[in-house]
Design a protein around this ligand. Structure first.
Ligand code: GDP
Ligand code: MG
Length: 660
């Protein structure tokens, strides 16, 4: 298939041409003139694309117009991509209406959609499609958005015949139809109009009968037909534009000025990295660092008080242990993290409501696009940083079903708030002062994991994904306090509620499994407990990432399936059972988790963060996939990847440790 690229000067033809053809270009001169003739093969297809000289009409006023017209009429490409600068659509459509008179099919591509908002222009594309009765695609050649969609569209080859628009008044249309019928030539309507205009290229076709018709029409219009035709066109276009395009005068707002910084090509992403790091430094580092100790002290005092209270009431030894070593330790280990989560939720929510996150979506769009995702993926990711379940539901904003399925698999990789305690607890001991940085590192690691997974998925399961793209941006706003308050409350309360229900129950179960042997003896050494024997059964799975057969770490990681914060809770209960260690001392030398090194600790965190999410999230995945097979496929993918990654991290850690 041969495709001609036609459009006004500076509409972005060359930019689009280079994008579509990549390096498969040939540049020469048009026969007889020294105007560039560029042609190339569109990437991933065998379609030849020819970049025509920039033109405003198909009248033979300039050598460029002459060449373009000759090419279109004589060499007859199979398709015309009419590229239009969407910020000056009126001028562009003048050419479009002429191209539509040819027999060669036309698809209209509106370029520069990235600057529409800045210029205060809003195009109702659906309306425009109705008016012009052709397919319209929106792109930004500069940013590379919409290009994959364009190629996919071309590949489908579902382009309709050109419509016969009624652009001219009734009697002119009638004359055009008559001439067209009589001549019965290819591009008949185009030639008929040109005959009315007394175009010199077609003077051989002029005859007396047509002359008479032109004279009659000219008498009626009061001008010569060439001018009249141009006027009719402009009038018609004006009507179309009035109905489908609205624009307002835009001053350079404060928001625009901010965008110059936040959307800067080079600074945008680094600024984002700095902002997110600061957010985690503040919440996990500063706030978390202090409050965890306070709450731990409080928990200990509560344990003592409850223990002595129960003893005084004559409670049995085991019921005191259930309350203190089971419930208070388990639930307390999770509630520890409420203050830092609160701060984190506030920061994220503020960034969201000011419109900053939309900008990041816009910035990441170009990067994500290479991996079959789009900037829109950021929405589920941000929601997922609170809780994976609504994050998975937020994938519904993505139109393409294949991209959406990829996102359902990828969203659980974003560390949800329940996974934050795992990082906080472990990083707090092993990385101490750098805890905030290590925490932030997991979010960036998550992005790397997502990109890596997207590449794998795009190469295997989702080969023909069509990502949708972000074209418009909201204004920057002051944060909406009501929105922030509600959002933060919902997330925080959700977290606390889980501590009171799921974690409470799990703590009781863990206590039972730790306190009793299979023969149901109480007061046995912890290594003889039911839980230890279960852990021993599976501990080999975790050996490569831990360098140790640890039933405690094994059963804790498995409990992440119930709720991710349960990993922390379980470790706290187990450590408490096997010695007088808790909180920051959890990993000290004599304790059951004393074998952890910084390398295996980081590896263990990575496994817990990136392996299958909790059952709640898995069932949300199932609901959105609507297929058990796809759900299992995703869960195995996540867990497998996490295992490989964790093992890899541990090995690298060992290698680095070996060097120093
Ligand atoms: P041509 O004359 O039709 O070949 O247009 P060019 O491809 O040379 O583009 C003209 C100018 O518009 C160049 O400065 C491009 O960088 C710019 N341009 C092209 N496409 C876009 C776009 O989508 N958005 C913006 N903002 N600028 C664009
Ligand atoms: Mg050019």
């Amino acid at each position: 298939m041969r495709i001609a690229l036609a459009g006004n000067q500076n509409s972005g033809k060359t930019t689009l041409f280079n994008l579509l053809t990549g390096s498969n270009q040939k540049i020469g001169n048009w026969p007889g003139v020294t105007i560039d003739r560029k042609s190339g093969i569109i990437k991933g297809t065998d379609f030849e694309l020819i970049d025509l000289p920039g033109i405003y009409s198909l009248s033979p006023y300039s050598p460029e117009e002459e060449i373009s017209r000759k090419f279109l009429l004589e060499e007859k490409p199979d398709l015309i991509i009419n590229i239009a600068d969407s910020t000056s659509i009126e001028r562009s459509l003048y050419l479009t209406t002429q191209l539509l008179e040819l027999d060669t099919r036309v698809v209209l591509v509106l370029n520069m959609c990235d600057v529409l908002r800045k210029k205060g222009i809003n195009i109702d594309v659906e309306r425009l499609k109705e008016e012009l009765q052709i397919d319209i695609l929106q792109i930004s050649a500069l940013r590379g958005t919409g290009i994959d969609e364009l190629i996919e569209y071309l590949k489908k080859q579902t382009i309709k015949e050109n419509p016969r628009l009624k652009i001219f008044p009734e009697n002119v249309e009638k004359t055009i139809a008559e001439i067209e019928k009589k001549n019965n030539l290819p591009d008949g309507r185009f030639i008929a109009v040109k005959l009315l205009e007394r175009d010199r290229l077609f003077k051989d076709l002029l005859n007396k009968e047509i002359e008479e018709k032109i004279n009659a029409l000219e008498k009626m219009c009061g001008t010569d037909m060439e001018e009249a035709i141009a006027n009719f066109r402009y009038e018609w276009i004006e009507g179309v534009v009035k109905r489908s395009v609205t624009s307002q005068v835009i001053k350079v707002t404060f928001s625009d000025k901010l965008d110059r910084i936040f959307l800067n090509k080079y600074l945008g992403i680094p600024i984002f990295v700095v902002i997110m790091t600061l957010v985690y430094l503040l919440s996990v580092g500063v706030v978390g660092g202090t409050t965890v100790e306070w709450i731990e002290n409080g928990t200990e005092r509560l344990q003592e008080a409850v223990a002595s209270g129960l003893h005084n009431l004559g409670a049995s030894e085991w019921s005191v242990s259930l309350m203190t070593d089971g419930v208070i330790t388990g639930v307390g280990a999770v509630l520890n993290f409420v203050p830092q989560l609160l701060i984190l939720f506030i920061c994220i929510s503020v960034l969201e409501t000011t419109g900053y996150m939309s900008r990041i979506a816009f910035l990441l769009d170009k990067i994500f696009r290479r991996f079959g995702l789009s900037g829109k993926a950021l929405i589920p990711f941000i929601v997922g940083s609170g809780c994976t379940v609504p994050g998975i539901m937020a994938t519904r904003t993505v139109e393409d079903s294949r991209e959406r399925e990829m996102l359902i698999t990828l969203t659980p990789f974003i560390p949800c708030s329940a996974r934050l305690p795992i990082i906080s607890l472990i990083a707090g001991f092993f990385f101490d002062k750098y805890m905030g940085l290590v925490t932030a590192s997991f979010y960036f690691l998550a992005i790397a994991v997502i990109i890596l997974s997207a590449i794998i998925l795009k190469k295997t399961i989702y080969k023909d994904v069509n990502s949708s793209y972000v074209c418009e941006l909201p204004e920057f706003r002051l944060p909406d306090a009501r929105y922030v308050a509600r959002d933060v409350w919902e997330k925080t309360w959700g977290f606390i509620k889980r501590a009171g229900t799921v974690i409470f129950l799990c703590s009781v179960v863990i206590w039972v499994l730790l306190s009793f042997s299979w023969r149901f003896e109480y007061g046995i050494p912890v290594e003889k407990s039911i839980l230890a024997s279960i852990g021993n059964l599976f501990s080999w799975i975790f050996y490569p990432m831990l360098g140790e057969l640890s039933w405690g770490a094994t059963v804790s990681a498995i409990q992440g399936l119930v709720a991710k914060e349960q990993v922390v809770s379980s470790m706290a209960v187990i450590a408490g059972f096997s010695g007088e260690v808790s909180g920051n001392l959890l990993f000290s030398g004599e304790g059951i988790f004393g074998f952890f090194t910084p390398a295996s600790a980081y590896a263990f965190m990575a496994f817990n963060i990136f392996s299958a999410p909790c059952f709640g999230a898995i069932s949300a995945m199932h609901k959105e996939f609507g297929s058990i097979k796809k759900t299992l496929q995703a869960v195995f993918f996540q867990t497998g990847l996490a295992w490989v990654l964790a093992t890899f991290i541990h090995l690298i850690g060992l290698a680095i440790g070996g060097i120093f």
